[in-house]
Design a protein around this ligand. Structure first.
Ligand SMILES: C[S@@+](CC[C@H](N)C(=O)[O-])C[C@H]1O[C@@H](n2cnc3c(N)ncnc32)[C@H](O)[C@@H]1O
Length: 206
């Protein structure tokens, strides 16, 4: 076996172990949902397709080191990112969800900075002409970046599960306040996972 093939084999076996751990994490998150789904804090919460999130995170290894989950809910994706070696954070508006995410992170030995507040940066001004409309995302609460001691532009990878009508809004936030090379991963329950760099200028057509 060549050295590279050996490295690949080692990485594969690490991933097998991680995936086994993540399946337990997903099971725990599902149990929390079953227990709390009717509580007001869970009104805006729906979990992503965590297997799809894991697959895309694997493809992003080496493309950045800092990860942020917007509206982190139970924090499952941010926890996976931490266990995969990213420097990970999550911003969630519901204090109860932040506490549950912190408990899960501890259980899975994940070092995630979960903070309570809004992922919408203070400097973001919605532009109605560009279709920047808030539907279910909280637009009134204080931004949480100061508590993280970071700006949105400090994060290489941002993960979000927007409501269908808010996909353009999420792109706008990233385009105007995110890092130029930062990646936005979006989950949509009909279209699945997509990835884009909203800060990069579009290539002109020839
Ligand atoms: C669709 S859930 C996604 C949960 C998790 N990210 C996932 O993909 O499994 C959206 C989450 O965003 C939270 N939320 C809504 N507005 C927010 C805001 N302005 N800032 C932070 N979190 C917000 C909701 O409470 C909810 O937990």
């Amino acid at each position: 076996m060549t050295r590279n093939a050996q490295q690949d084999a080692d990485e594969d076996s690490d991933d097998v172990e991680l995936l086994a751990e993540f399946r337990l994490l997903w099971r725990d998150a599902a149990a929390i949902w079953d227990e709390h789904e009717n509580e007001p804090a869970f009104e805006g919460y729906v979990g992503s397709d965590f297997f799809a999130a894991w697959t895309i995170l694997k493809s992003l290894r080496g493309r950045g080191s800092t990860f942020l989950e917007w509206g982190s809910g139970l924090g499952v994706v941010a926890i996976m990112a931490s266990r995969m070696g990213f420097e990970s954070a999550g911003i969630e508006i519901e204090p109860e969800l932040v506490e549950l995410a912190q408990t899960l992170a501890k259980r899975y030995s994940a070092d995630v900075d979960f903070v309570c507040g809004s992922f919408v940066p203070e400097e973001f001004e919605p532009d109605a002409a560009m279709g920047d409309e808030f539907f279910r995302t909280d637009s009134d609460s204080a931004s949480a970046y100061a508590e993280l001691d970071r700006e949105l532009s400090d994060f290489d990878i941002v993960y979000a599960y927007p409501w269908p009508d808010e996909q353009g809004l999420f792109n706008s936030i990233m385009r105007r306040c995110g890092g130029r090379r930062s990646v936005l991963i979006r989950y949509d329950n009909r279209e699945g996972i997509s990835m884009r760099q909203p800060g990069m200028p579009k290539r002109s057509k020839r």
